[in-house]
Design a protein around this ligand. Structure first.
Ligand code: PMP
Ligand code: GLN
Length: 379
């Protein structure tokens, strides 16, 4: 069989979680909490199932959920979004990203992305017939070089993909970064896709700055988020994208034949959660900051160098003082011999990544983090 994606293997998250399970390692690789989301949300899910809300939801999402998302966006970003024409509920952020890219990237188009970057963007661009161009982000602050960015723009550039708070580097963009992006593309017909799934997991004093707060970028941009992160329920796979009506029309053309619609009772339960417990997302920064600081503290005596973590539930560890292995081999060694699974950073890059960095997830119970830190401190 001639593959459409001949160089693409299995995603690193599947590979590392499977290895962790096989050898019984503590799994800090794939990003998911080892605790459950709010009791109230779980009760509402059961309630709606029992009430018989078990048939297809409307294609673009249940109106009550789109309304609640719109209110949340207004509350958090002081931005008005029309639930009818600008919000589409998707099967996780993954489906939103794929639908957006498939709808907007045409054969021959170029897409600019900042790397390391989350692994689902590039295959979608390639399937759409587009070409990825990368701006390299370098440690420890991973902030973009805007002249490098501008040098990548051509008359084929169709889309820029950004992600803040950023997976895997845990860096966070400020308003000035969005301003710089706008300056670079203002006079060009370039669209912007902003992956904001960790919007509520931001430790910066300034908080998360959303594309939806920037009027000019908002007019030609798409913001994507996921309830999996916000409610500690990654398995529910409910997300959404926000885009101006003309873009939403195009995105829904793909969404309607990719999944048609999203799990009905989950949408109803999430709408209840957003309406009844709006304070949940404001509590998330301190909730995760506590875990981050607990883990950082537990790693104090280790030989890893810890990089700054401004957002997300990931922390980067530099192992240069421990080993000269490449990061993929080091993660396999760490999983099989030390009993802790992590993600090598080079897999998020197309070109060689000349650093000794691994990503660990701290969305875990303290006991898990303590046990993992004890093992990591042996090295
Ligand atoms: N974007 C980023 C940056 C992510 O880290 C993730 C995953 N966890 C996703 C998108 C996908 O989100 P979902 O699980 O809702 O599909
Ligand atoms: N986003 C999660 C991570 O970065 C994993 C999602 C997945 O497994 N596809 O670890």
């Amino acid at each position: 069989l001639e593959s459409k994606l001949p160089t693409l293997g299995t995603t690193i998250f599947t590979t590392m979680s499977a290895l962790a399970q096989k050898v019984g390692a503590i799994n800090l690789s794939q990003g998911f909490p080892d605790f459950s989301g709010p009791e109230y949300l779980q009760q509402r899910l059961a309630y709606h199932v029992q009430q018989g809300a078990n048939q297809y939801a409307p294609m673009s999402g249940i109106p009550a959920l789109r309304e609640a998302i719109s209110k949340k966006i207004n509350r958090c970003y002081n931005s008005h979004v029309d639930p009818e024409t600008e919000i589409t509920v998707t099967a996780g952020a993954t489906e939103a990203l794929f639908s957006v890219i498939t709808a907007l990237v045409r054969a021959g188009d170029e897409v600019i992305c900042f790397e390391p970057s989350y692994d689902s963007y590039a295959p979608a661009v390639e399937l759409a017939g587009g070409t990825m161009k990368h701006v390299r982000l370098t440690p420890p602050d991973f902030s973009p070089n805007w002249s490098e960015f501008s040098a990548l723009i051509t008359d084929k550039t169709r889309l820029v993909i950004l992600n803040t708070p950023h997976n895997p580097t845990a860096s966070v963009w400020q308003k000035k970064d969005f301003e710089a992006l706008w300056q670079a593309i203002a006079d060009k017909p370039i669209l912007v896709l902003s992956d904001e799934v960790y919007e509520h997991i931001c430790f910066e004093q300034a908080g998360h700055y959303s594309l939806l707060q920037h009027p000019e970028l908002r007019a030609r941009g798409i913001a994507v988020s996921s309830f999996g992160k916000t409610y500690h329920m990654t398995g529910w796979k409910v997300g959404y994208c926000v885009a101006p009506p003309a873009l939403t029309t195009e995105i829904r053309k793909i969404h309607q034949y990719l999944t048609f619609s999203v799990h009905t009772p989950s949408q109803l339960a999430i709408a209840d959660m957003l309406n009844q417990v709006p304070e949940h997302d404001q509590e998330l920064p301190s909730f995760y900051q506590q875990r981050r600081d607990f883990f950082i503290n537990a790693l104090q005596s280790s030989r890893f160098t810890l990089l700054p973590c401004q957002g997300t539930y990931f922390l980067l560890l530099d192992y240069s003082a421990i080993s000269t292995m490449n990061d993929v081999d080091f993660c396999i060694y760490l999983t099989e011999k030390i009993g802790v699974a992590a993600i090598p950073l080079s897999v998020f890059c197309k070109e060689t990544f000349p650093h000794h960095l691994i990503r660990v997830c701290f969305a875990k119970e303290e006991a898990t983090l303590r046990a993992a830190a004890e093992k990591l401190c042996q090295l």
